[in-house]
Design a protein around this ligand. Structure first.
Ligand SMILES: Cc1cc2nc3c(=O)[nH]c(=O)nc-3n(C[C@H](O)[C@H](O)[C@H](O)COP(=O)(O)O)c2cc1C
Length: 80
């Protein structure tokens, strides 16, 4: 099953998870390695987590719904 970006069930989680990452990154002044997770289905979602301060990202639902190619697409976009 492939979900369109508009119907992703973890979309509400994505924004809140990013807010928490940003908060923790700011309060810890970047001293904690934060794993960003929650609603990553697109390259832009991964970039959002990293921009908020995540050192790593973890993908669960996106891996299931978008397939393992998502990991390749994200990695390729990050090394460009
Ligand atoms: C069925 C299921 C099993 C999970 N098992 C683990 C686990 O063993 N360890 C862990 O750190 N997170 C686990 N999670 C949480 C996911 O890694 C992830 O944090 C959460 O699903 C939100 O990310 P997502 O929007 O990419 O799914 C699990 C989630 C689901 C739905």
């Amino acid at each position: 099953m492939k979900l369109s970006s508009g119907s992703r069930s973890s979309q509400p989680l994505r924004h809140r998870a990013t807010e928490v990452i940003r908060y923790l990154h700011q309060r810890s002044e970047g001293s904690l390695p934060i794993i960003g997770v929650g609603g990553i289905h697109l390259i832009a979602d991964a970039r959002e987590k990293l921009a908020a301060g995540a050192a790593l990202i973890q993908v669960h639902s996106g891996f299931i719904y978008e397939g393992p190619g998502l990991v390749k697409r994200i990695n390729q976009s990050l090394v460009k």
